[in-house]
Design a binder for this molecule. Structure first.
Ligand code: ZN
Length: 302
């Protein structure tokens, strides 16, 4: 075959391009792994569970803020002053107790940049959620089941638990690492797979729905229950009320063709109640401390 300089140079150009893409990919993969090992591994307050977090906080908080505003614009806010006040009162009381706890235990960086907000949205849905940065929504359909401040504290404690444990960032980090790992295996393509590109686009500002991008795992749900009980207790709400609340929630589920949204993404009824019973003694110790500090503990008669 005669020597063709053009063909030769095109081939080497293609190879160089391929190598450059591969190098960039590997650099990104190494950075991710290094971040995971050296800086992206954090510990959840109270439970002490290690988790990965390689999604930059500022990016996540900015996306969350945008999503939250958009959500509030698209949904009707509840106007009933008593109900709105109830949601804001309970939310503020728990978030303040949590902030104090994190400050006293030197873990304030967990919620750096958080600006708590508690909004009540009109709707029959039995649901509540919290976006990163402390952006909480409660649907008015949940209030009859919450029944009172203590019942609502179970819900808001759980949601604040998701936020403080940074579960959304953890899910995104897991998904990102898994995807990158998968791509490393298909390196022969020399480029990101469409799925990774999609995920990266979602992660980096093209309108990811932060609140519902990825469902929480069972581990995270139990952890949110665990943290929720402790957080409500720190704020002076009786954590034993959680058992009654979840029983009301489960009864509501039996009367509906579809399970309530708040329940459907969560662990099964019996498993959840058993776990709550398991977490209660620890939560009660926080509750007793609150009562003591506020002179509300009944002294035993001698
Ligand atoms: Zn949850």
């Amino acid at each position: 075959m005669p020597f063709n300089p053009l063909m030769f140079s095109e081939n080497s150009l293609a190879r160089r391009l391929f190598e450059r893409q591969a190098a960039i990919f590997f650099l990104f993969l190494c950075l991710s792994v290094a971040t995971f090992i050296f800086g992206g591994c954090t510990e959840v307050p109270v439970t002490g569970r290690s988790q990965i977090d390689i999604v930059p906080d500022y990016q996540l908080l900015a996306m969350s803020e945008q999503e939250y505003r958009q959500f509030l614009r698209k949904h009707r806010l509840c106007k009933d002053p008593a109900k709105v006040a109830m949601v804001k009162r309970v939310g503020r009381r728990i978030s303040q107790a949590v902030e104090r706890f994190l400050y006293e235990t030197g873990q304030s960086q967990r919620i750096r940049g958080y600006r708590w907000e508690f909004n009540l949205v009109c709707g029959k849905e039995i649901n509540a959620f919290c976006m990163p940065g402390g952006k909480v929504v409660v649907y008015s359909g949940l209030l009859p089941i919450a029944k009172n401040d203590n019942g609502l504290a179970v819900v808001l404690g759980h949601e604040i638990g998701h936020a403080v444990a940074n579960h959304a960032a953890e899910r995104m980090s897991q998904a990102l690492l898994l995807q990158l790992g998968g791509d490393a295996l298909s390196m022969l393509t020399g480029s990101y797979s469409p799925a990774t590109r999609r995920l990266l686009m979602q992660l980096y500002g093209l309108g990811a729905n932060v609140g519902v991008l990825l469902p929480y795992s069972r581990t995270q749900e139990y952890e949110a229950d665990h943290l929720g009980l402790i957080f409500m207790a720190m704020a002076g709400y009786d954590p034993r009320g959680a058992l009654a609340f979840w029983k009301r929630m489960m009864a509501a589920a039996r009367n509906r063709p579809r399970p309530p949204e708040f329940l459907s993404t969560h662990p099964s009824d019996r498993a959840r109640l058993e776990k709550i019973v398991e977490y209660l003694p620890e939560a009660l110790s926080y509750y007793r401390r609150y009562l003591e500090e506020h002179g509300m503990l009944k002294r035993r008669k001698r």
